[in-house]
Design a protein around this ligand. Structure first.
Ligand SMILES: Cc1cc2nc3c(=O)[nH]c(=O)nc-3n(C[C@H](O)[C@H](O)[C@H](O)COP(=O)(O)OP(=O)(O)OC[C@H]3O[C@@H](n4cnc5c(N)ncnc54)[C@H](O)[C@@H]3O)c2cc1C
Length: 379
């Protein structure tokens, strides 16, 4: 039976980042298991923006978790962004860098922006709320120095994977069983592999492998589409990421002519929450196109490509990253609230620290799974 020091389950951004950072600790006996990326994972099928912000304004995290957690989350996501950009330049991955903005025409969201910008400024993140004019209307916009980028994520992940030089198995894990002295990992093709440490980076697959987290992780179905500006186009710098209507709509500017955009999840049955698969809905694509065209007073083409994907949230809306509360040899990471490229990259660095050093300064306790152990069904 094959045996490794570390098994990583999942070949998405989290799994690959963990592998890349383990390499720098000199750990060589590593096996990465997961189906071929192109067909399954969220990291390859997403819209390719990297962002040091979240779909929700920071005031929501401050309200739910307090100042310290919000600062830690912003710190983590910003470190993830900078690590990801360094990784991309190492592999000559096409990247266009920009800034994150929030736009609104609602007085209620404007008040939230004022609360958020005042909190950000007080905590060392320069931020401002101003008025801007699109060709159709005057909007309030929030700018808080959060960087963003449009990135060729498949190019980056292909290079990250081929550079790690670890054993890679195209298979699915069906069971993870800790024993004294080793952990047994069983795969769909009937294989059994042993390991000292297992990293569960399987996104929506985490729940099946770690039933103790099942009630803490929530799937939701979502979709994005690519559009071209017809005729005049708004003054949006390529690389920018724009959230509108409390993050209900978003767009990532990939070039002068093209955007990738998403939103309108509320049009799905139960807003896509607890879906077990994702599917494209034409009326959602229409709603995204119409809302963005209306906001900027422009015309957009029909969608040139679109994808529906399942995403994963923690029930308390901050990522779950770190060792399991009942067995620190099993590490888990997921629940990035729409910013999985940067948070997945940052999480991988933190998971490698846990394995290489036994602790991680960049992933403090607020993110560890143990914060959820008092929930019903979590023994
Ligand atoms: C519509 C949409 C658009 C998005 N756009 C963006 C974006 O542009 N930028 C951004 O930062 N974030 C975006 N996100 C979120 C982001 O894509 C995810 O948060 C991120 O990709 C998660 O990375 P991951 O490595 O944890 O998971 P994944 O990339 O999904 O990788 C997990 C892998 O684990 C595998 N796996 C699961 N179970 C098992 C098992 N039992 N055995 C073996 N392997 C297993 C899966 O097949 C998969 O390959 C978007 C999300 C959605 C829904």
């Amino acid at each position: 039976m094959r045996s490794f020091d570390v098994i990583i389950i999942g070949r998405g951004m989290t799994g690959l980042s963990t592998a890349r950072h383990l390499k720098s600790y000199g750990i060589e006996s590593v096996c990465i298991i997961g189906p071929n990326r192109d067909f399954t994972n969220c990291s390859s099928l997403n819209a390719g923006y990297a962002s040091c912000s979240l779909h929700d304004n920071i005031s929501r995290i401050v309200h739910g978790h307090g100042d310290e957690a919000a600062s830690e989350l912003l710190g983590l996501i910003r470190r993830g962004f900078s690590g990801l950009m360094t990784e991309a330049s190492r592999f000559d991955t096409p990247v266009t860098e920009g800034q994150v903005f929030r736009l609104t025409e609602s007085a209620m969201e404007e008040r939230e922006m004022l609360v958020a910008t005042s909190w950000l400024s007080a905590h060392g993140f320069p931020a401002a709320t101003n008025k801007t004019r699109t060709s159709s209307r005057t909007l309030t916009f929030q700018s808080d120095g959060a960087a963003s980028a449009s990135i060729d994520v498949r190019h980056l992940m292909d290079h990250m994977e081929s550079d790690v030089e670890f054993t890679i198995r195209s298979d699915k894990v069906v069971g993870v069983t800790p024993h004294p002295g080793h952990i047994e990992v069983r795969t769909q093709t009937g294989g059994k592999i042993l390991s000292q440490i297992v990293v569960v980076a399987g996104h929506v697959g985490i729940k099946a492998l770690i039933p103790k987290l099942e009630s803490c992780l929530v799937n939701h179905a979502d979709q994005w589409a690519e559009f071209e500006f017809r005729g005049k186009h708004p003054a949006l710098t390529p690389g920018s990421l724009v959230f509108a209507d409390f993050g209900q709509y978003w767009l990532s500017v990939t070039s002068n002519q093209k955007i990738r955009a998403g939103g309108a999840r509320y049009l799905r049955k139960w807003a896509g929450v607890e879906a077990d698969h994702a599917w494209l809905e034409e009326r959602i694509t229409d709603s995204i196109r119409n809302r963005i065209a209306d906001l900027f007073g422009v015309e957009l083409s029909a969608a040139s490509q679109q994808h529906a994907v399942l995403d994963l949230r923690a029930c308390d809306e901050i990522p779950i990253i770190g060792p399991m509360f009942d067995d620190s040899r099993v590490l888990v990471s997921g629940g990035y609230m729409g910013s999985g490229l940067t948070l997945g990259y940052a999480a991988g660095a933190g998971l490698a620290d846990f394995i290489g050093k036994g602790t991680s300064k960049s992933v403090p306790e607020i993110f560890h799974p143990k914060r959820l152990r008092s929930l019903p069904n979590v023994p």
